[in-house]
Design a protein around this ligand. Structure first.
Ligand SMILES: Nc1nc2c(c(=O)[nH]1)N[C@H]1C(S)=C(S)[C@@H](COP(=O)(O)O)O[C@H]1N2
Ligand SMILES: [Mo]
Length: 229
């Protein structure tokens, strides 16, 4: 993963901000200020405070985000997803197990809360509710918690959002496999919610009694990540 690193991010974490399809060093060479367009800035500052970002020829491009410096690549063959917590039937799925479940495909605009959007991103994967139905959540479960094999990132959704037909355990993206940089081989995609709710490098899904604030929510983001027009 290429990227400009933001040193000195809060609580000792570095944000790696990669710019898709660019010679990052060249484009950002003199634009140090644009590196400060980090996820943890207050919302008022997120709108390109320096104006530098708007001058970059990014177009509607993805930025590749990881709150950890690097993430070890996991092959589809070695991939495992555990489903557990407050469920009657905990389970572990390999990539092929997930592929054998009902799939959904759709395209939708991807919104990062920092202000960038990628229109019409194609997704394919297992609706999370298929896995939840198989797991049989306990009556007291009201939320789902997500973990990443980056070892750090967590997120959560209330059960109704988790059961939405466009909340998917994504096995495909942009017409191909989910790349490592985009959180493959398997990541979440939660349509209608800002990107931070969609955990990359998904490793576990856990039913919980209450919604547990995730990585970015401890750093100021709203627990409700609903995209506001
Ligand atoms: N594990 C993990 N998942 C993550 C993140 C991250 O840093 N680590 N960043 C989130 C944010 S803020 C966004 S906008 C999207 C970015 O997805 P992309 O890197 O595929 O563009 O992933 C989300 N999921
Ligand atoms: Mo984001």
């Amino acid at each position: 993963m290429s990227g400009a690193e933001e040193p000195g991010a809060p609580v000792g974490r570095r944000l790696v901000l990669g710019l898709a399809g660019l010679g990052v060093a060249g484009v950002l060479g003199g634009a140090t200020a644009s590196r400060k367009l980090s996820e943890w800035l207050a919302p008022a500052e997120l709108r390109d405070p320096t104006g530098l970002l708007a001058t970059l020829p990014l177009g509607p491009a993805f930025r590749f985000y990881s709150v950890t410096g690097s993430v070890d690549e996991v092959s589809a063959a070695d991939y495992r997803l555990s489903v557990g917590g407050l469920v009657a039937v905990p389970a572990t799925y390999g990539f092929d197990d997930l592929r054998a479940l009902p799939q959904t495909s759709f395209s939708s605009d991807f919104h990062c809360v920092t202000g960038w959007t990628v229109p019409g991103v194609a997704w394919t994967g297992v609706p999370l509710r298929e896995l939840l139905d198989l797991a049989r959540p306990a009556a007291q479960a009201t939320a789902v918690r997500f973990r990443s094999f980056d070892g750090t990132y967590t997120e959560s959704l209330p059960l109704p959002v988790a059961r939405h037909e466009r909340t998917v355990v994504a096995l495909g993206m942009l017409g191909g496999a989910v790349s490592h940089a985009h959180g493959g081989p398997v990541r979440m995609y939660v349509d209608g919610q800002y990107g931070y709710k969609s955990t990359k490098w998904l490793s576990a899904v856990e039913l919980t009694e209450d919604e547990v604030p995730g990585y970015w929510e401890h750093r100021g983001y709203a627990v409700d990540g609903t995209v506001r027009a």
